[in-house]
Ligand binder design. Structure first.
Ligand SMILES: NC(=O)c1ccc[n+]([C@@H]2O[C@H](COP(=O)([O-])OP(=O)(O)OC[C@H]3O[C@@H](n4cnc5c(N)ncnc54)[C@H](O)[C@@H]3O)[C@@H](O)[C@H]2O)c1
Length: 436
């Protein structure tokens, strides 16, 4: 089986490299020629775990395609991983998907063999059916006979995309017909390191499953975040004690049940809004995702307020600007939003992040001071906020040993307060415990 991947961004490039690592001859195409000529050269393993290593190791199996037709003619399966930007109303735009689908149709027109088209991007329900019509109209071929079509979203977290692709909890396949689903299932049997359950269904159910999953996970995060505020108001309250116990119930589980800052990134916030749009359009109840969304916004406002209380005329150090550890993506991250709000209040802001500073610099230019060294960032700041739970921040207590007065605000409760000097005021969000 030979594969092609159209759209080599945060998800497409790891998919291409992982296919190559599993022995598939893998053709990659992107409209951005710079990506093709560099083929991941600007990516390092510290930004996306093991991606650079895979590209280097399996480069003989990775071939760049000159055009979409070229990619279709050379492969048996084509994965579409182009962007689906959010519209103002919250739904996803299919513009880039349909541009590519038209290109695929031209390839199908001149191809004599059967071909499988797989849409991976996150799309609104009913989009794959529209893609099927475009493919049939522009190729003159029939779906289910001359070609197959599947909707097959991936459930990955940036930073660990390769690992997540290879070891999914389950594989979701929306299929046009049995043959297309069979081919994709065979692909996954070879591709995955584990033996995941494969859930096969029609397009619309697969499309709804994808956005439902993220909506459910964000509801869980907002639930834990709701508990943080209650714990702060109850003497001796501690959100971690509660969520650790709750997570032991097998109906709940521990994953994503951790009180912390608001969720961000390129998927969670927008998938929620898309779900709200869909439910509203169908005149269904959308109160639950709306409450998740609102709780998330409130969590940002609440934490910013707490930080402001402690930061009159102070220099503020923000540790961690990426939306989660092990990625340089800063889209809608708490650290980014916090820095913006502090700058609006004319505060002096110092920032540290293990890999995301280059992206942060594109946003703030010379408005903030950048630190590659955690110790120096802390030394230059009177108030320090751990905004992203990068593991290295667990050890920052060693930089709070001097007599200098400092305030450490810890929304993740990563620090053992006993290890701090007595001149440090420790503010653990989600706890009402007097550590002084
Ligand atoms: N990033 C994630 O964590 C993640 C997770 C799950 C699903 N998704 C979904 O996957 C899709 C892609 O996301 P991403 O984060 O990889 O996006 P991205 O913006 O990082 O990359 C998209 C790539 O597609 C290319 N492209 C655009 N138009 C094209 C065209 N006509 N032909 C060829 N290439 C074209 C762009 O140049 C870019 O390199 C989105 O629908 C997203 O919601 C993303």
């Amino acid at each position: 089986m030979k594969v092609s991947v159209l759209g080599l961004g945060k998800l497409g490039l790891p998919l291409l490299a992982t296919c190559a690592s599993k022995g598939f001859l893998s053709y990659g195409y992107d409209i951005n020629k710079e990506i093709l000529s560099k083929l991941g050269k600007s990516i390092t393993d510290s930004k996306e775990t093991s991606l650079a290593t895979l590209i280097k190791k399996f480069k003989k199996k990775i071939i760049t395609s000159e055009s979409i037709t070229d990619a279709v003619l050379n492969s048996d399966i084509t994965f579409v991983v182009t962007p689906t930007p959010s519209k103002k109303n919250g739904s996803f735009s299919n513009k880039y998907i349909f541009d590519v689908v038209k290109g695929i149709a031209h390839g199908l027109k001149v191809k004599s063999k059967y071909h499988l088209v797989v849409i991976v991007s996150t799309i609104m329900p009913n989009s794959t059916n529209q893609a099927r019509k475009i493919l049939e109209k522009n190729s003159g071929k029939m779906c289910g006979k001359d070609f197959g079509l599947c909707y097959n979203p991936e459930f990955i977290a940036l930073g660990s995309v390769v690992e997540n692709l290879l070891n999914p909890d389950f594989v979701l396949i929306g299929q046009s017909d049995t043959k297309s689903g069979d081919i994709l299932e065979q692909f996954y049997l070879k591709f995955c390191n584990n033996r995941p359950k494969i859930m096969r269904m029609n397009f619309v159910n697969a499309e709804l499953t994808k956005i439902s999953l993220n909506t459910y996970v964000t509801t869980k995060i907002s639930y834990a975040n709701m508990l943080t505020e209650i714990c702060e108001k109850l003497p001796e309250g501690d959100v971690d004690v509660i969520t650790n116990a709750l997570g032991l119930d097998s109906r709940i589980g521990t994953k994503y049940l951790k009180g912390g800052p608001s969720f961000g990134g390129p998927c969670f916030p927008r998938d929620n809004l898309a779900f709200i749009y869909l439910a509203r359009k169908l005149k269904s109840n959308f109160q639950l995702p709306l409450a998740t969304h609102k709780t998330n916004l409130q969590q940002t406002d609440r934490l910013v307020k707490i930080i402001m209380q402690y930061s009159a005329n102070s220099k503020i150090g923000i540790l961690g600007l990426s939306y989660k550890p092990f990625t340089d993506v800063i889209e809608e991250s708490f650290g980014l939003i916090l820095a913006k709000k502090l700058l609006q209040q004319k505060k002096i802001v110092n920032v540290h992040d293990p890999v995301a500073l280059e992206n942060v610099e594109k946003v703030f230019k010379d408005q903030v001071k950048y630190f590659n060294n955690i110790k120096e960032c802390i030394e230059e700041s009177e108030v320090v906020v751990i905004s992203c739970n990068w593991p290295q921040y667990k050890a920052v207590d060693k930089f709070f040993k001097s007599k200098a007065k400092k305030i450490l605000i810890d929304p993740w409760r990563m620090i053992n307060p006993k290890s701090l000097s007595s001149s440090v005021i420790y503010v653990p969000v989600g706890q009402n415990i007097n550590y002084q």
